[in-house]
Design a protein around this ligand. Structure first.
Ligand SMILES: Nc1ncnc2c1ncn2[C@@H]1O[C@H](COP(=O)(O)OP(=O)(O)OP(=O)(O)O)[C@@H](O)[C@H]1O
Ligand SMILES: [Mg+2]
Length: 154
């Protein structure tokens, strides 16, 4: 079975990212980190959630028009959804390849475009599901399990 959170949702919060809003870029992942800290979530899980949400948030800022983000917490872990309106990803397998990037020169000058964001989300989470429709948008479904849930699943 794919690693995913289950059981009743104990906490839910929504966020929004606006494409090309570099002034506020990074604020959603910071707010997610803050919320998890207030809920006394395991430090390693917070760190992983921060990495994953930062990469997804920056992709939304760089590539999408707008993005709805949902954070849900259950007994077993964290469920993050990034659902954007944007150009979509024509070849998801290619986009998941380390080093693949369509970042423009301008984006690269801002320090993005190593092509490591999506592979990093995959590595850092317990499961990542990418679905995309060209011309419509992209959705990332991400689960990060709490340590006790991971050992139970093993
Ligand atoms: N939300 C999205 N909408 C449309 N295309 C996307 C989206 N997220 C990623 N992509 C595409 O997938 C490619 C790879 O994304 P990834 O995050 O791995 O690397 P990057 O953003 O190019 O560079 P880095 O994350 O290392 O700064 C992007 O260059 C872009 O073409
Ligand atoms: Mg990226």
């Amino acid at each position: 079975m794919a690693a995913s959170t289950h059981g009743p949702v104990l906490f839910r919060r929504s966020f929004k990212v606006v494409g090309s809003d570099f002034l506020n870029a990074g604020s959603v992942s910071k707010d997610i980190k803050k919320a998890l800290k207030q809920l006394n979530v395991d430090a390693e899980v917070i760190w992983r959630a921060l990495i994953v949400s930062y990469e997804a948030e920056m992709n939304a800022v760089l590539y999408a028009h707008e993005c709805d983000i949902t954070l849900e917490i259950s007994h077993s872990g964290i469920h993050l959804v990034f659902d954007d309106r944007g150009p979509g990803i024509p070849d998801i397998a290619l986009a998941m390849t380390e080093g693949f990037s369509t970042a423009t020169r301008e984006m690269r000058e801002r320090g993005f475009g190593a092509g490591l964001g999506l592979p990093n989300i995959k590595k850092t989470s317990d499961s990542l599901e990418v679905t995309s429709t060209v011309g419509k948008g992209t959705r990332l479904d991400i689960h990060i399990l709490f340590p006790q849930a991971q050992s139970k699943a093993a």
